[in-house]
Design a protein around this ligand. Sequence first.
Ligand SMILES: C[S@@+](CC[C@H](N)C(=O)[O-])C[C@H]1O[C@@H](n2cnc3c(N)ncnc32)[C@H](O)[C@@H]1O
Length: 194
Amino acid sequence: MNTFIIIIFSVVSVTIGAVLLVAFSVVIAAPVTRGAMFHPSARIRVKTALDHLPMTQEQYLVDLGCGDGRVIRAAARLYGARCRGYEINPLPFVIAWVLSLGRPQVSVRWRNFWREDLGKADVVFCYLFPDVMPQLAGKLREELRPGCRVVSCNFPLPGWTPVKMVRPSATMYNDPIYFYEQGPDRRQPTCRDT
Ligand SMILES: C[S@@+](CC[C@H](N)C(=O)[O-])C[C@H]1O[C@@H](n2cnc3c(N)ncnc32)[C@H](O)[C@@H]1O
């Protein structure tokens, strides 16, 4: 009987602890993320995006809101590229950090990406939320160097014209993935923009 009570008590404690941890991480992150909550990209979507983003080992990919870090790890594995993820939600940040241990090309930072300068990136990946896309479009236009590529899952960048748009073949995961490229002049639309 005692063992049974201890097991029940342990299960309830772990469950309550987990709920509190998730609630705490959401409360910490919510004012910054403005709706872009942790929702990892499906593997097929990560693969589709990266297959359309050939990179060299010298290139540098940044994931704005990297969640559990699956995109940066996949890009490092596929291309040997240097990859950095910024994540403000402590729970996915810790998961991303732990899963990226022992991968020298991958770094994860617990930071608000709005405060980071993106001028060194060759590729920027994002899967965020419609409310933040207008502000993000301006930040990327200001900071990215000419030729830098941007991939945005699900939501387009207002004012930018995609170089291409793809949909993964898997029916459940076929929301659009938009690909962009910074033009030769940071202040000007790309030559492909109208
Ligand atoms: C929809 S998830 C995408 C995760 C990952 N990029 C993927 O595709 O699997 C968006 C993530 O962005 C993070 N995020 C949103 N705004 C952020 C900010 N300003 N700074 C850092 N992380 C942010 C959220 O906490 C969330 O984990």
